[in-house]
Design a binder for this molecule. Sequence first.
Ligand code: ZN
Length: 264
Amino acid sequence: MPDVKFLEEFSLYKKFKMKFPSELDKIPKPAINLFCEKCGKNQTFTMINEYYENKRFKNSPTKGEVILAEYLCAGCSIFKRHFLIKVSENLDFIKKIGQYPPWDISTDRNLSKMLHEHNDLFKKGLVCESQSYGIGAYAYYRRIVEIVIDELLDSIYELVEDENKKEYKKALDKTKKSRIAEEKIEMVKDLIPQTLRPGGANPLLFLYDILSQGIHESNDEECMEFAENVRSILVSLINQIMVTSQSSREYSDSIKKILDRKIK
Ligand SMILES: [Zn+2]
């Protein structure tokens, strides 16, 4: 299937490994949740075309094909999103070769808000990721952490349990005296509130681990994993902080997935 995560999050040309159905009419059409520019908020989009349109047969083989998925916002029934997808010859991966409107950081309003004028750095990180330039992607995301860390730690204060607020504030004041992101994180990491620790896992501790080990001897592939993890934690953490009232399930899932991968 082109699955939900692939459609919602993958940038152009990034391979999505999966066992793809061999016939056009066997490809699922999952609903997705993305920003609607007409409604001004995230909405459910459903697919309104057929994969076999413009193909010879309903059940034509999918290998090597380029297929189109056209999605319509269920809220306004006006705004559309289009995806052009290339299927590999061996049916072992797919990748987007076109998307309109293009994926960009504006799809994540919360992160965009915190990054202010530094949105470009995030976009460049995504471009590096899509080309598998892990060292480049890591460098961009690390830079972003350095830029947002003060604001991030400040905003965590609001979520800290009352009995720990005093201690957190003390540590927070100390962080202002350091200019090194991982030093700042180390000072407060043990004090972050339970609401930001899905299943007891501490995302700041994990971020600290990645940032402090350095990448001097790592190749593109190794850096790619660090880069993806830094990005996921950053995005999840910022969203969780800003949307505390919403369910923390998604956040928990993504952090848990990262930690599971780390433990393996
Ligand atoms: Zn809409």
